[in-house]
Design a protein. Structure first.
Length: 95
């Protein structure tokens, strides 16, 4: 509960500072500065989300490639074992 309270007050502090920034930009900044800032934040969040999704897709693809490689190795080992058993059986039968 202590961390929840701290999180709440930290969020309130962020909101207070954002209001101060907005007031400052509206009073001292050029016309449209606040709107440009809000648009920039939206683009930044969208870009971050797209980058996170791309990273996740890359992780999934890497895991799938690793799984395919593991499967190929297992099939290769199984094939080798079958060939060895067959040749061993033929060798024993022809002796």
């Amino acid at each position: 509960e202590r961390s929840t309270l701290q999180e709440f007050f930290a969020l309130e502090e962020v909101r207070r500072k954002e209001r101060e920034l907005k007031d400052y930009m509206l009073i001292a900044g050029r016309p449209g500065l606040w709107d440009d800032w809000v648009a920039f934040q939206k683009r930044h969040i969208a870009n971050e989300l797209a980058a996170a999704q791309a990273r996740r897709r890359a992780e999934i693809e890497a895991a799938q490639r690793q799984e395919e490689i593991t499967l190929m190795i297992c099939v290769g080992i199984l094939f080798t074992l079958i060939v060895v058993v067959i040749f061993g059986f033929v060798y024993i039968m022809t002796r």
